[in-house]
Write a protein that binds this ligand. Sequence first.
Ligand SMILES: Cc1ncc(COP(=O)(O)O)c(C=O)c1O
Length: 479
Amino acid sequence: MRTAVQENSGRGCLYQSVAEEISRLIDQGMFRPGQRIPSVRALSRQLGVSVATVLEAYGLLEDRGSVEARPQSGYYVRSRSRARPAEPDISAPAMSPTAVSMGELVMMVLRDASNPDLVPLGATIPGPDLLPTDRLNRILSAVARRKGAQGASYAMPPGCEALRVQFARRALEAGCTLAPDDIVTTSGCQEAIVLSLQATCRPGDTVAVESPTYYNFLQAIEVLGLRALEIPTHPREGLSLDALRYALEQTPIHACLAIPNFNNPLGGSMPEEKKRELVELLAGHEIPLIEDDIHGELGFAEERPRAAKAFDRKGLVMLCGSVSKTLAPGYRVGWVAAGRFQKQVEHLKAVHNLATATLPQLAVAEFLANGGYDRHLRRLRKAAARQMEWLSRAVARHFPEGTKMTRPQGGLGLWVELPPGIDALVLYERALRAGITIAPGPLFSPKQRYRNFVRLNAGHWSDRTEKAVKVLGGLAAQP
Ligand SMILES: Cc1ncc(COP(=O)(O)O)c(C=O)c1O
Protein backbone atom coordinates (compact mmCIF):
# COMPACT_ATOMS: atom_id res chain seq x y z
CA MET A 1 0.00 0.00 0.00
CA ARG A 2 2.78 2.30 0.98
CA THR A 3 4.43 2.29 -2.43
CA ALA A 4 1.43 3.49 -4.38
CA VAL A 5 0.68 6.17 -1.84
CA GLN A 6 4.26 7.31 -1.88
CA GLU A 7 4.29 7.31 -5.66
CA ASN A 8 1.38 9.66 -5.68
CA SER A 9 2.57 11.87 -2.89
CA GLY A 10 3.76 15.30 -3.90
CA ARG A 11 1.08 15.57 -6.57
CA GLY A 12 -1.15 17.49 -4.17
CA CYS A 13 -3.83 14.80 -3.65
CA LEU A 14 -2.32 12.46 -1.08
CA TYR A 15 -5.66 11.80 0.57
CA GLN A 16 -7.09 10.73 -2.80
CA SER A 17 -4.25 8.21 -3.20
CA VAL A 18 -4.98 6.84 0.26
CA ALA A 19 -8.70 6.59 -0.58
CA GLU A 20 -7.88 4.87 -3.84
CA GLU A 21 -5.75 2.24 -2.13
CA ILE A 22 -8.46 1.45 0.39
CA SER A 23 -10.99 1.25 -2.47
CA ARG A 24 -8.73 -1.19 -4.26
CA LEU A 25 -8.44 -3.39 -1.17
CA ILE A 26 -12.23 -3.34 -0.81
CA ASP A 27 -12.67 -4.22 -4.50
CA GLN A 28 -10.20 -7.10 -4.09
CA GLY A 29 -12.20 -8.43 -1.15
CA MET A 30 -9.52 -7.72 1.46
CA PHE A 31 -12.17 -5.88 3.43
CA ARG A 32 -15.70 -7.21 2.95
CA PRO A 33 -19.07 -5.50 3.38
CA GLY A 34 -19.73 -5.04 7.07
CA GLN A 35 -16.06 -5.35 8.05
CA ARG A 36 -14.14 -2.63 9.80
CA ILE A 37 -11.29 -0.95 7.90
CA PRO A 38 -8.13 0.12 9.80
CA SER A 39 -8.61 2.87 12.35
CA VAL A 40 -7.56 6.36 11.39
CA ARG A 41 -4.60 6.32 13.75
CA ALA A 42 -3.43 2.86 12.72
CA LEU A 43 -3.52 3.73 9.01
CA SER A 44 -1.81 7.06 9.60
CA ARG A 45 1.02 5.23 11.41
CA GLN A 46 1.21 2.49 8.83
CA LEU A 47 1.42 4.87 5.86
CA GLY A 48 3.40 7.61 7.51
CA VAL A 49 0.78 10.20 6.60
CA SER A 50 -1.04 12.58 8.90
CA VAL A 51 -4.23 11.74 10.75
CA ALA A 52 -5.89 14.62 8.87
CA THR A 53 -4.98 13.01 5.53
CA VAL A 54 -6.51 9.68 6.53
CA LEU A 55 -9.61 11.46 7.84
CA GLU A 56 -9.97 13.25 4.52
CA ALA A 57 -9.51 9.97 2.64
CA TYR A 58 -12.14 8.22 4.76
CA GLY A 59 -14.46 11.21 4.28
CA LEU A 60 -14.07 10.82 0.52
CA LEU A 61 -14.83 7.09 0.71
CA GLU A 62 -17.88 7.91 2.80
CA ASP A 63 -19.03 10.42 0.18
CA ARG A 64 -18.58 7.78 -2.47
CA GLY A 65 -20.67 5.37 -0.45
CA SER A 66 -17.90 2.77 -0.09
CA VAL A 67 -17.64 3.03 3.70
CA GLU A 68 -19.74 4.34 6.57
CA ALA A 69 -18.68 5.85 9.87
CA ARG A 70 -20.19 4.25 12.98
CA PRO A 71 -20.01 6.49 16.04
CA GLN A 72 -17.46 5.37 18.66
CA SER A 73 -16.58 2.39 16.55
CA GLY A 74 -14.79 3.33 13.34
CA TYR A 75 -15.29 3.00 9.59
CA TYR A 76 -17.00 -0.04 8.00
CA VAL A 77 -17.35 -1.25 4.41
CA ARG A 78 -20.88 -0.61 3.21
CA SER A 79 -22.90 -3.33 1.60
CA ARG A 80 -23.46 -2.61 -2.07
CA SER A 81 -27.10 -1.84 -1.81
CA ARG A 82 -27.22 -0.16 -5.21
CA ALA A 83 -25.90 -2.14 -8.10
CA ARG A 84 -24.15 -0.25 -10.89
CA PRO A 85 -26.78 1.29 -13.18
CA ALA A 86 -27.62 -0.58 -16.38
CA GLU A 87 -26.14 0.36 -19.76
CA PRO A 88 -28.19 2.35 -22.28
CA ASP A 89 -29.59 0.26 -25.15
CA ILE A 90 -28.34 0.39 -28.71
CA SER A 91 -29.65 3.64 -30.23
CA ALA A 92 -32.61 3.60 -32.60
CA PRO A 93 -32.63 6.82 -34.63
CA ALA A 94 -35.02 7.33 -37.54
CA MET A 95 -32.73 6.66 -40.48
CA SER A 96 -33.38 9.54 -42.84
CA PRO A 97 -30.83 12.15 -43.97
CA THR A 98 -31.19 15.42 -42.09
CA ALA A 99 -29.97 18.95 -42.69
CA VAL A 100 -28.11 19.99 -39.55
CA SER A 101 -28.61 23.11 -37.47
CA MET A 102 -26.57 22.96 -34.29
CA GLY A 103 -24.51 26.14 -34.24
CA GLU A 104 -25.78 28.13 -31.27
CA LEU A 105 -26.20 25.17 -28.92
CA VAL A 106 -22.68 23.92 -29.55
CA MET A 107 -21.12 27.37 -29.24
CA MET A 108 -22.82 27.82 -25.87
CA VAL A 109 -21.32 24.60 -24.55
CA LEU A 110 -17.87 25.40 -25.98
CA ARG A 111 -17.97 28.85 -24.37
CA ASP A 112 -18.92 27.43 -20.98
CA ALA A 113 -16.26 24.74 -21.29
CA SER A 114 -13.52 27.38 -21.28
CA ASN A 115 -14.87 29.24 -18.23
CA PRO A 116 -12.42 28.42 -15.40
CA ASP A 117 -15.01 29.28 -12.74
CA LEU A 118 -17.21 26.33 -13.72
CA VAL A 119 -16.63 22.71 -12.71
CA PRO A 120 -15.64 21.22 -16.11
CA LEU A 121 -17.93 18.23 -16.56
CA GLY A 122 -18.80 19.36 -20.11
CA ALA A 123 -16.08 19.21 -22.79
CA THR A 124 -13.94 16.05 -22.67
CA ILE A 125 -10.61 17.71 -22.02
CA PRO A 126 -7.87 16.18 -19.85
CA GLY A 127 -7.14 18.12 -16.66
CA PRO A 128 -3.82 20.01 -16.48
CA ASP A 129 -2.42 17.49 -13.99
CA LEU A 130 -2.74 14.74 -16.62
CA LEU A 131 -0.67 16.52 -19.28
CA PRO A 132 3.12 17.00 -19.38
CA THR A 133 2.77 20.72 -20.09
CA ASP A 134 5.99 21.95 -18.43
CA ARG A 135 8.12 19.39 -20.21
CA LEU A 136 6.49 20.07 -23.55
CA ASN A 137 6.88 23.84 -23.15
CA ARG A 138 10.55 23.40 -22.25
CA ILE A 139 11.02 21.32 -25.38
CA LEU A 140 9.31 24.01 -27.43
CA SER A 141 11.69 26.68 -26.06
CA ALA A 142 14.73 24.51 -26.75
CA VAL A 143 13.53 23.73 -30.26
CA ALA A 144 12.85 27.43 -30.94
CA ARG A 145 16.42 28.28 -29.94
CA ARG A 146 17.96 25.39 -31.84
CA LYS A 147 15.99 25.76 -35.09
CA GLY A 148 16.12 29.54 -35.38
CA ALA A 149 14.60 30.72 -38.68
CA GLN A 150 13.24 27.27 -39.56
CA GLY A 151 10.88 27.43 -36.58
CA ALA A 152 9.53 30.75 -37.81
CA SER A 153 8.97 29.77 -41.43
CA TYR A 154 6.12 27.90 -43.12
CA ALA A 155 5.96 24.10 -42.94
CA MET A 156 3.93 23.80 -46.14
CA PRO A 157 1.63 20.80 -46.71
CA PRO A 158 2.10 17.94 -46.11
CA GLY A 159 3.70 19.61 -43.07
CA CYS A 160 6.75 19.19 -40.86
CA GLU A 161 8.60 16.04 -41.89
CA ALA A 162 10.03 15.18 -38.47
CA LEU A 163 6.48 15.08 -37.14
CA ARG A 164 5.14 12.96 -40.00
CA VAL A 165 7.95 10.47 -39.35
CA GLN A 166 6.84 10.19 -35.73
CA PHE A 167 3.17 9.84 -36.60
CA ALA A 168 3.99 7.14 -39.16
CA ARG A 169 5.98 5.27 -36.50
CA ARG A 170 3.17 5.43 -34.00
CA ALA A 171 0.59 4.36 -36.60
CA LEU A 172 2.38 0.98 -36.72
CA GLU A 173 0.98 0.26 -33.26
CA ALA A 174 -2.50 0.89 -34.68
CA GLY A 175 -1.74 -1.76 -37.32
CA CYS A 176 -1.19 0.79 -40.12
CA THR A 177 1.86 0.79 -42.37
CA LEU A 178 2.18 4.40 -43.45
CA ALA A 179 5.06 6.34 -44.98
CA PRO A 180 5.62 9.92 -43.75
CA ASP A 181 4.44 11.10 -47.18
CA ASP A 182 1.07 9.42 -46.61
CA ILE A 183 0.39 11.93 -43.84
CA VAL A 184 -0.66 15.60 -43.81
CA THR A 185 -0.24 17.50 -40.57
CA THR A 186 -3.22 19.61 -39.55
CA SER A 187 -4.31 22.09 -36.90
CA GLY A 188 -5.88 19.46 -34.66
CA CYS A 189 -8.12 16.52 -35.42
CA GLN A 190 -11.06 18.80 -36.14
CA GLU A 191 -9.31 20.27 -39.15
CA ALA A 192 -8.35 16.76 -40.30
CA ILE A 193 -12.06 15.83 -40.22
CA VAL A 194 -13.18 18.96 -42.05
CA LEU A 195 -10.53 18.51 -44.78
CA SER A 196 -11.56 14.87 -45.18
CA LEU A 197 -15.23 15.81 -45.53
CA GLN A 198 -14.35 18.47 -48.07
CA ALA A 199 -12.19 16.09 -50.07
CA THR A 200 -14.95 13.50 -50.31
CA CYS A 201 -18.31 15.31 -50.32
CA ARG A 202 -20.08 18.13 -52.13
CA PRO A 203 -22.86 20.32 -50.66
CA GLY A 204 -26.09 18.34 -50.41
CA ASP A 205 -24.29 14.99 -50.01
CA THR A 206 -25.10 12.63 -47.16
CA VAL A 207 -22.67 11.50 -44.45
CA ALA A 208 -23.47 8.44 -42.31
CA VAL A 209 -22.63 9.06 -38.65
CA GLU A 210 -22.93 7.13 -35.41
CA SER A 211 -25.89 7.97 -33.22
CA PRO A 212 -25.09 9.63 -30.88
CA THR A 213 -22.12 11.37 -32.47
CA TYR A 214 -19.57 14.03 -31.54
CA TYR A 215 -21.19 17.46 -31.84
CA ASN A 216 -18.33 19.13 -33.70
CA PHE A 217 -18.81 16.61 -36.52
CA LEU A 218 -22.36 17.88 -36.81
CA GLN A 219 -21.15 21.47 -36.85
CA ALA A 220 -18.77 20.64 -39.71
CA ILE A 221 -21.54 18.83 -41.61
CA GLU A 222 -23.79 21.85 -41.15
CA VAL A 223 -21.23 24.42 -42.29
CA LEU A 224 -20.27 22.37 -45.36
CA GLY A 225 -23.92 22.13 -46.42
CA LEU A 226 -24.02 18.33 -46.03
CA ARG A 227 -26.70 16.12 -44.54
CA ALA A 228 -26.24 13.65 -41.69
CA LEU A 229 -27.70 10.18 -41.57
CA GLU A 230 -27.75 8.72 -38.07
CA ILE A 231 -26.98 5.01 -37.83
CA PRO A 232 -27.94 2.95 -34.73
CA THR A 233 -24.88 2.47 -32.56
CA HIS A 234 -24.20 0.03 -29.74
CA PRO A 235 -22.67 1.67 -26.64
CA ARG A 236 -19.79 -0.84 -26.50
CA GLU A 237 -19.49 -2.25 -30.02
CA GLY A 238 -20.14 0.75 -32.21
CA LEU A 239 -22.05 1.19 -35.46
CA SER A 240 -24.67 -1.40 -36.31
CA LEU A 241 -23.40 -2.88 -39.56
CA ASP A 242 -26.81 -4.34 -40.38
CA ALA A 243 -28.34 -0.88 -40.13
CA LEU A 244 -25.50 0.63 -42.18
CA ARG A 245 -25.92 -2.09 -44.84
CA TYR A 246 -29.62 -1.35 -45.01
CA ALA A 247 -28.99 2.42 -45.26
CA LEU A 248 -26.47 1.88 -48.07
CA GLU A 249 -29.14 0.02 -50.03
CA GLN A 250 -31.79 2.68 -49.42
CA THR A 251 -29.98 6.02 -49.69
CA PRO A 252 -27.02 7.46 -51.59
CA ILE A 253 -24.28 7.92 -48.96
CA HIS A 254 -21.07 9.77 -49.83
CA ALA A 255 -18.93 9.21 -46.73
CA CYS A 256 -19.10 7.54 -43.35
CA LEU A 257 -17.66 9.47 -40.39
CA ALA A 258 -17.04 7.35 -37.30
CA ILE A 259 -15.00 6.94 -34.12
CA PRO A 260 -14.38 3.19 -33.95
CA ASN A 261 -11.90 3.46 -31.01
CA PHE A 262 -13.27 4.86 -27.75
CA ASN A 263 -16.20 6.59 -29.27
CA ASN A 264 -17.23 10.05 -28.19
CA PRO A 265 -19.67 10.14 -26.38
CA LEU A 266 -20.18 6.37 -25.83
CA GLY A 267 -16.67 5.25 -24.85
CA GLY A 268 -16.98 1.87 -26.59
CA SER A 269 -14.54 0.37 -29.04
CA MET A 270 -15.56 -1.63 -32.09
CA PRO A 271 -14.20 -5.21 -32.00
CA GLU A 272 -11.46 -5.83 -34.55
CA GLU A 273 -13.48 -8.19 -36.75
CA LYS A 274 -16.23 -5.62 -36.92
CA LYS A 275 -13.78 -2.94 -38.00
CA ARG A 276 -12.65 -5.19 -40.83
CA GLU A 277 -16.28 -5.79 -41.83
CA LEU A 278 -17.04 -2.07 -41.72
CA VAL A 279 -14.11 -1.25 -44.00
CA GLU A 280 -15.07 -4.04 -46.43
CA LEU A 281 -18.74 -3.05 -46.45
CA LEU A 282 -17.95 0.56 -47.34
CA ALA A 283 -15.24 -0.44 -49.82
CA GLY A 284 -17.82 -2.63 -51.59
CA HIS A 285 -19.73 0.60 -52.31
CA GLU A 286 -16.56 2.68 -52.94
CA ILE A 287 -17.49 4.91 -50.00
CA PRO A 288 -14.73 6.55 -47.93
CA LEU A 289 -14.55 6.02 -44.17
CA ILE A 290 -13.36 9.07 -42.24
CA GLU A 291 -11.98 7.51 -39.09
CA ASP A 292 -11.46 9.70 -36.02
CA ASP A 293 -8.83 7.98 -33.89
CA ILE A 294 -8.16 10.83 -31.48
CA HIS A 295 -8.70 8.52 -28.48
CA GLY A 296 -6.90 5.51 -29.98
CA GLU A 297 -4.01 5.82 -27.50
CA LEU A 298 -6.29 6.54 -24.56
CA GLY A 299 -7.68 3.05 -23.92
CA PHE A 300 -7.77 1.70 -20.38
CA ALA A 301 -6.15 -1.62 -21.33
CA GLU A 302 -2.41 -2.14 -21.82
CA GLU A 303 -2.50 -2.45 -25.60
CA ARG A 304 -3.97 0.09 -27.95
CA PRO A 305 -6.59 -1.31 -30.36
CA ARG A 306 -5.95 -1.35 -34.09
CA ALA A 307 -7.50 1.33 -36.25
CA ALA A 308 -10.03 0.48 -38.98
CA LYS A 309 -7.40 1.91 -41.35
CA ALA A 310 -5.38 -1.27 -40.65
CA PHE A 311 -7.90 -3.14 -42.84
CA ASP A 312 -7.93 -0.62 -45.69
CA ARG A 313 -6.96 -2.21 -49.01
CA LYS A 314 -8.33 0.46 -51.35
CA GLY A 315 -7.05 3.71 -49.84
CA LEU A 316 -10.59 4.63 -48.83
CA VAL A 317 -10.00 5.06 -45.09
CA MET A 318 -8.92 8.53 -43.98
CA LEU A 319 -7.32 8.17 -40.55
CA CYS A 320 -7.49 11.35 -38.45
CA GLY A 321 -5.83 12.02 -35.11
CA SER A 322 -4.16 14.61 -32.91
CA VAL A 323 -2.26 15.09 -29.66
CA SER A 324 -5.07 17.15 -28.13
CA LYS A 325 -6.08 14.43 -25.67
CA THR A 326 -2.61 13.21 -24.82
CA LEU A 327 -0.23 16.19 -24.92
CA ALA A 328 -1.70 19.65 -25.47
CA PRO A 329 -5.02 20.69 -27.03
CA GLY A 330 -3.76 24.26 -27.41
CA TYR A 331 -0.77 23.27 -29.55
CA ARG A 332 -3.28 22.45 -32.32
CA VAL A 333 -1.27 19.58 -33.77
CA GLY A 334 -3.08 16.82 -35.63
CA TRP A 335 -2.85 14.75 -38.76
CA VAL A 336 -4.64 12.81 -41.43
CA ALA A 337 -3.53 9.84 -43.52
CA ALA A 338 -5.95 10.39 -46.38
CA GLY A 339 -5.27 7.38 -48.61
CA ARG A 340 -6.35 8.02 -52.18
CA PHE A 341 -7.49 11.54 -51.20
CA GLN A 342 -4.01 12.58 -50.06
CA LYS A 343 -3.37 15.13 -52.82
CA GLN A 344 -6.81 16.74 -52.45
CA VAL A 345 -6.29 17.05 -48.70
CA GLU A 346 -2.85 18.66 -49.16
CA HIS A 347 -4.40 21.13 -51.58
CA LEU A 348 -7.34 21.93 -49.29
CA LYS A 349 -4.99 22.36 -46.34
CA ALA A 350 -3.00 24.96 -48.27
CA VAL A 351 -6.20 26.76 -49.30
CA HIS A 352 -7.50 26.87 -45.71
CA ASN A 353 -4.51 28.21 -43.82
CA LEU A 354 -1.36 27.40 -45.83
CA ALA A 355 0.21 25.45 -43.00
CA THR A 356 -0.05 24.48 -39.33
CA ALA A 357 2.21 26.55 -37.04
CA THR A 358 5.75 25.18 -37.31
CA LEU A 359 7.08 25.40 -33.75
CA PRO A 360 4.36 23.30 -32.10
CA GLN A 361 4.86 20.67 -34.81
CA LEU A 362 8.61 20.58 -34.15
CA ALA A 363 8.09 20.46 -30.39
CA VAL A 364 5.58 17.60 -30.60
CA ALA A 365 7.92 15.73 -32.98
CA GLU A 366 10.73 16.09 -30.45
CA PHE A 367 8.49 15.00 -27.57
CA LEU A 368 7.36 11.92 -29.49
CA ALA A 369 10.96 11.05 -30.40
CA ASN A 370 12.74 11.75 -27.10
CA GLY A 371 10.31 13.05 -24.49
CA GLY A 372 9.21 9.80 -22.85
CA TYR A 373 5.83 9.79 -24.62
CA ASP A 374 5.15 6.10 -24.01
CA ARG A 375 5.87 6.42 -20.31
CA HIS A 376 3.61 9.45 -20.16
CA LEU A 377 0.87 7.55 -22.04
CA ARG A 378 0.99 4.63 -19.59
CA ARG A 379 0.47 7.04 -16.70
CA LEU A 380 -2.21 9.00 -18.51
CA ARG A 381 -4.20 5.88 -19.40
CA LYS A 382 -4.09 4.67 -15.79
CA ALA A 383 -5.19 8.05 -14.48
CA ALA A 384 -7.99 8.31 -17.05
CA ALA A 385 -9.24 4.82 -16.16
CA ARG A 386 -9.15 5.65 -12.47
CA GLN A 387 -10.99 8.93 -12.93
CA MET A 388 -13.59 7.25 -15.13
CA GLU A 389 -14.16 4.73 -12.35
CA TRP A 390 -14.57 7.50 -9.77
CA LEU A 391 -16.94 9.41 -12.00
CA SER A 392 -19.01 6.29 -12.71
CA ARG A 393 -19.24 5.46 -9.01
CA ALA A 394 -20.23 9.02 -8.17
CA VAL A 395 -22.99 8.96 -10.80
CA ALA A 396 -24.17 5.56 -9.56
CA ARG A 397 -24.36 6.93 -6.06
CA HIS A 398 -25.86 10.36 -6.58
CA PHE A 399 -28.06 10.22 -9.69
CA PRO A 400 -31.76 9.36 -9.52
CA GLU A 401 -32.96 5.76 -9.52
CA GLY A 402 -33.43 4.58 -13.11
CA THR A 403 -30.29 6.34 -14.44
CA LYS A 404 -28.24 4.30 -16.92
CA MET A 405 -24.65 4.81 -18.01
CA THR A 406 -22.08 3.44 -20.43
CA ARG A 407 -19.02 1.35 -19.57
CA PRO A 408 -16.27 3.29 -21.36
CA GLN A 409 -13.21 1.27 -22.36
CA GLY A 410 -11.20 4.42 -23.04
CA GLY A 411 -11.43 8.14 -23.69
CA LEU A 412 -12.79 10.71 -21.29
CA GLY A 413 -16.56 10.76 -21.77
CA LEU A 414 -19.26 9.01 -19.73
CA TRP A 415 -22.67 8.88 -21.46
CA VAL A 416 -25.48 9.00 -18.93
CA GLU A 417 -29.15 8.25 -19.64
CA LEU A 418 -31.41 9.97 -17.16
CA PRO A 419 -34.81 8.58 -16.31
CA PRO A 420 -37.42 9.51 -18.94
CA GLY A 421 -38.89 12.98 -18.50
CA ILE A 422 -35.68 14.62 -17.24
CA ASP A 423 -34.72 17.28 -19.75
CA ALA A 424 -30.96 17.59 -20.29
CA LEU A 425 -31.28 21.18 -21.53
CA VAL A 426 -33.12 22.19 -18.35
CA LEU A 427 -30.49 20.34 -16.33
CA TYR A 428 -27.78 22.20 -18.29
CA GLU A 429 -29.27 25.57 -17.22
CA ARG A 430 -29.69 24.48 -13.61
CA ALA A 431 -26.15 23.11 -13.51
CA LEU A 432 -24.75 26.33 -14.94
CA ARG A 433 -26.42 28.31 -12.18
CA ALA A 434 -24.76 25.94 -9.69
CA GLY A 435 -21.35 26.57 -11.30
CA ILE A 436 -21.15 23.30 -13.26
CA THR A 437 -20.95 22.73 -17.00
CA ILE A 438 -22.14 19.54 -18.73
CA ALA A 439 -22.73 18.46 -22.34
CA PRO A 440 -26.48 17.94 -22.89
CA GLY A 441 -27.57 14.97 -25.02
CA PRO A 442 -29.37 16.82 -27.88
CA LEU A 443 -25.99 18.19 -28.96
CA PHE A 444 -25.04 14.73 -30.14
CA SER A 445 -27.79 14.26 -32.70
CA PRO A 446 -28.75 16.26 -35.79
CA LYS A 447 -32.38 15.67 -34.87
CA GLN A 448 -31.60 16.72 -31.30
CA ARG A 449 -32.56 13.37 -29.85
CA TYR A 450 -31.11 12.22 -26.52
CA ARG A 451 -33.15 14.78 -24.66
CA ASN A 452 -32.68 12.85 -21.40
CA PHE A 453 -28.97 12.14 -21.83
CA VAL A 454 -25.84 14.00 -20.76
CA ARG A 455 -22.16 13.40 -21.40
CA LEU A 456 -19.85 13.96 -18.45
CA ASN A 457 -16.10 14.56 -18.60
CA ALA A 458 -13.80 12.26 -16.63
CA GLY A 459 -10.70 14.25 -17.61
CA HIS A 460 -10.73 16.50 -14.54
CA TRP A 461 -10.97 15.09 -11.07
CA SER A 462 -10.86 16.69 -7.65
CA ASP A 463 -13.12 16.68 -4.63
CA ARG A 464 -14.81 19.70 -6.30
CA THR A 465 -15.78 17.35 -9.14
CA GLU A 466 -17.16 14.77 -6.80
CA LYS A 467 -19.26 17.37 -5.02
CA ALA A 468 -20.47 18.69 -8.39
CA VAL A 469 -21.69 15.22 -9.40
CA LYS A 470 -23.64 15.06 -6.16
CA VAL A 471 -25.19 18.49 -6.83
CA LEU A 472 -25.98 17.45 -10.40
CA GLY A 473 -27.71 14.27 -9.22
CA GLY A 474 -29.83 16.41 -6.88
CA LEU A 475 -30.70 18.86 -9.66
CA ALA A 476 -31.67 16.00 -11.97
CA ALA A 477 -34.02 14.65 -9.33
CA GLN A 478 -35.81 18.02 -8.93
CA PRO A 479 -39.25 18.21 -10.55
C1 LIG B 1 -13.87 12.66 -31.10
C2 LIG B 1 -13.17 13.97 -31.21
N1 LIG B 1 -12.69 14.35 -32.40
C3 LIG B 1 -12.06 15.54 -32.55
C4 LIG B 1 -11.90 16.40 -31.51
C5 LIG B 1 -11.21 17.71 -31.72
O1 LIG B 1 -9.84 17.50 -31.58
P1 LIG B 1 -8.74 18.61 -31.82
O2 LIG B 1 -8.67 19.44 -30.59
O3 LIG B 1 -7.49 17.85 -32.05
O4 LIG B 1 -9.14 19.40 -33.02
C6 LIG B 1 -12.36 16.03 -30.23
C7 LIG B 1 -12.20 16.93 -29.08
O5 LIG B 1 -12.80 16.79 -28.06
C8 LIG B 1 -13.02 14.79 -30.10
O6 LIG B 1 -13.50 14.39 -28.92
